[in-house]
Design a protein. Structure first.
Length: 204
């Protein structure tokens, strides 16, 4: 698409409160990935709530009361933050529960996954929830491109929802755009409208 720009909005929300989640083992195995996501999100002007220092040894030393308190705090953070980012390259039942809670609360959710063999559940979640997207990436460097797209997605997910029906042919095309151009369907459609709005001189 010659001349097409991924981001044409003039009113991208700044200062969103974003909770970053990753399992203890995931933070260790994908430490550089997690730090990159957090750093890029902060650099874009958003507030990130992330604990990348806690270790498995720290949690193993907790008693039942401390474990319960920790998970209650996480649930409270999901409620208080605007958005949830979750690095789920390392499988984790507890992270799955937290993401499910965020979805249930209507929070925009971005799941980051490094590799090729992702759980089938990811595709189901993505296709059935318009406030959730999966960022599939193969390297830390690729996050430089993917994190801004994820931020644009969550920005759009907080906008007023507008539902309408499209033909199977248009639906297939939007699926192709999302897969091959790495542009969420909603972002692509809004960019088309934004472009048309800019051409309407009598619209103020």
């Amino acid at each position: 698409m010659p001349g097409y720009k991924k981001f044409t909005r003039r009113d991208i929300l700044l200062g969103m409160k974003i909770l970053f989640l990753a399992s203890v083992h995931g933070r260790k195995q994908y430490k550089e990935h997690c730090q990159k996501i957090v750093d890029l999100t902060k650099a874009a002007g958003h507030n990130v709530d992330a604990d990348l220092e806690m270790t498995h040894e720290d949690m193993a030393a907790w008693d039942l009361k401390q474990n319960v308190s920790f998970h209650r705090q996480l649930l409270d953070k999901i409620k208080k933050n605007d958005v949830v980012f979750a690095e789920l390259s390392h499988p984790s039942t507890s992270m799955g529960y937290l993401v499910a809670t965020a979805i249930q609360l209507g929070k925009p959710v971005v799941i980051f996954f490094a590799g090729q063999e992702e759980p089938h559940l990811f595709r189901t979640l993505e296709e059935t929830n318009d406030k959730l997207t999966i960022v599939r990436y193969m390297s830390v460097g690729q996050l430089d491109e993917e994190v801004p797209i994820a931020l644009e997605f969550v920005n759009s997910a907080q906008d007023v929802r507008f539902n309408f029906f499209v033909s199977p042919e248009i639906s297939s095309y939007l699926d192709w755009i999302a897969k091959n151009k790495k542009i969420p369907r909603s972002v692509y459609l809004r960019n088309l409208i934004d472009t048309d709005m800019n051409l309407q001189e009598d619209f103020s």
